[in-house]
Design a protein around this ligand. Structure first.
Ligand SMILES: Nc1ncnc2c1ncn2[C@@H]1O[C@H](COP(=O)(O)OP(=O)(O)OP(=O)(O)O)[C@@H](O)[C@H]1O
Length: 540
């Protein structure tokens, strides 16, 4: 019905007079319905004519085409139009070919560029003795300028580098800064005094916005208070002119801090203090974007593991970037750390767990405890090249040696865990300022402390492990300067001598062949009961 309506509507006003054309109409009615076969068969004679006509016309056309082609340009408009169209069509086709050719060339060009970049990165890594493992590791920095060109470093931050007279990045900085800036986690192991602090601080400063109110954005964990205080100082120097809130977790802050209202972008702490603040004072670490474990192997040592675990758990931001830095990274610690890290890149500068090649190392046989004191006095008489740092086994021995040296005309001081925080900081500052010539110390300042001008480290007491040795002697020979390390040993130390001798040989220092022939000790730690340090004759 709708169809009828539609057709009547369409034909409205048209009148077909069936009576007038009745005969014609009848003829049309008689015609069989046209089918393809029927259309061809009954009209065979006429179609034969048509076919002949068609082939004649075709022959004429092709003759004309040949003539036109021979004439060159004299073509009909229609043909020209089609030719144009054909050309256009052809153009699209050839454009397609061209485009895909261009695309291919672009892919090849890009691939070659990537290959060149990979090659350049490999050359740089070889040149700076950088060893990496991990997928798609960003190329090392060729210069600090690349922080601007590649990563858009803020001009004020960049200026701070030149004000600190840092002209070239150190090898560890060259590789770990791009890694952290590209949002990757990493384990980094590089010699003492090779600029690891800047390597983890600078990417943080570049990435987080200063003066945020959204909670702590970066946490740096250090094993000792002295190192934490030093890291805050370094961070403030690097962040000069920028309004970052950089905080040291002091004892007071940890115990009575109002963390809800605290403005803090970067927080530096020892593990226990931070853990206390989190568990007892409600410090929220859920917005932390960067977590650094400096001197990571020390942090993971027995006693700290649970605390570190709890801090790592409190930093619950799923997109957090964690990094581990140290001059020594035992395989066991690396394996442990891997369990909490995601797609981490491993970066080793030089040889893993080796001493800085800038330090001249010596082993001196002193026979007995008394022999050590004599040897020390003798070496002071021959050539005292202050400032000097002397390491002893514990705080009692530090006090004993301090008493002995007080008799001599040497400006000596002592640092150990019985002193107040301020006394400890003063002792470090006095050595740095040259007010003290000789500082007697326990392990508290063996790691991370930066005494730029320190000339000599004396291991009065044999270190308890190869790692302890590397960190102790690493207080000198920093930032490209040379240093000297003297290690006394007695009969009791002989079983552990070979372990330390290996560190000497791997950094190119000479060791008597009889020491190298000693058996290696399987035990990792060397702890010896020693006679007190005294010049007084024994009572028995
Ligand atoms: N690119 C640089 N150019 C020159 N000096 C630098 C550069 N980067 C850092 N330094 C300086 O090198 C010294 C050692 O740096 P840092 O304390 O970071 O060493 P480290 O590798 O952390 O040593 P450790 O393993 O003993 O902790 C510091 O005085 C620091 O200011």
């Amino acid at each position: 019905m709708a169809e009828a309506k539609l057709s009547s509507g369409l034909f409205a006003g048209t009148h077909f007079n069936r009576k007038r054309f009745a005969a014609d109409f009848a003829r049309f009615q008689e015609c069989p319905p046209p089918t393809t076969a029927a259309a061809a068969a009954p009209s065979a004679p006429s179609s034969e004519k048509k076919r002949k006509r068609k082939s004649k016309a075709k022959a004429k056309k092709s003759k004309k085409k040949r003539e036109d082609a021979a004439a060159g340009s004299d073509v009909v408009e229609g043909f020209n139009v089609f030719k144009g169209l054909a050309d256009k069509k052809l153009g699209v086709e050839s454009e397609k070919v061209e485009t895909s050719k261009d695309e291919d060339e672009e892919v090849i060009r890009r691939r070659k560029e990537i290959e060149r970049e990979i090659e350049r990165a490999a050359i740089l890594r070889k040149r700076f003795d950088i060893h990496i493992s991990g997928q798609n590791v960003p190329a090392p920095l060729e210069s600090f300028e690349e922080l601007v060109s590649r990563y858009g470093c803020d001009s004020k931050l960049f200026k701070n580098l030149s004000e600190l007279r840092f002209q070239e990045p150190t090898p560890i900085q060259r590789q770990t800064i791009p890694i952290l800036l590209s949002g990757r986690e990493c384990f980094a192991c590089a010699p003492t005094g090779s600029g690891k602090t800047l390597a983890f601080l600078f990417p943080i400063l570049m990435k987080i916005k200063p003066g945020s109110k959204g909670g702590v954005r970066a946490v740096i964990l250090c094993p000792t208070r002295e190192l934490a205080a030093q890291t805050v100082r370094e961070c403030k120097k690097l962040a000069k002119r920028k309004k970052y809130y950089i905080k040291l977790m002091t004892k007071d802050l940890s115990k009575s801090g109002n963390f809800k209202d605290m403005h803090c972008d970067i927080l530096v702490s020892t593990p226990l203090r931070l853990d206390h603040a989190v568990r007892k004072k409600g410090l929220d670490l859920s917005s932390v974007e960067y977590l650094v474990l400096d001197e990571s192997d020390k942090l993971f040592e027995l006693g700290f593991v649970e605390v570190i675990d709890s801090v790592v758990a409190a930093c619950s931001n799923p997109s957090i970037i964690r990094s581990l830095f140290s001059a020594t990274l035992p395989d066991s610690i690396e394996a442990l750390a891997r369990t909490i890290m995601h797609d981490a890149v491993r970066v080793i500068v030089g040889r893993k767990n080796s001493a800085s090649s800038l330090i001249k190392q010596k082993l001196i046989f002193a026979g007995t405890e008394k022999g050590k004191l004599i040897a020390l006095r003798q070496s002071f008489q021959e050539s005292l090249n202050p400032p000097v740092l002397i390491f002893v086994q514990n705080k009692d021995r530090a006090k004993e040696l301090y008493k002995e040296l007080a008799f001599d005309d040497v400006r000596a001081d002592v640092i150990h865990s019985d002193l107040t925080e301020q006394q400890r900081l003063d002792a470090v500052d006095n050595l740095r300022a040259g007010k003290t010539w000789v500082l007697i110390a326990t392990e508290v300042i063996a790691r991370g402390m930066d005494f730029k001008g320190l000339n000599c480290v004396i291991n009065y007491d044999f270190p308890e492990s190869a790692a302890a040795y590397i960190h102790r002697i690493g207080r000198c020979g920093r930032a490209g300067r040379s240093g000297e390390a003297i290690t006394f040993f007695t009969e009791e130390d002989k079983p552990f001598l070979r372990n330390i001798a290996n560190v000497l040989t791997s950094s190119g220092c000479e060791v008597p062949s009889w020491i190298m022939a000693l058996p290696k000790l399987k035990r990792k730690k060397h702890r010896v009961e020693r006679d007190p340090i005294s010049t007084l004759p024994d009572e028995d």
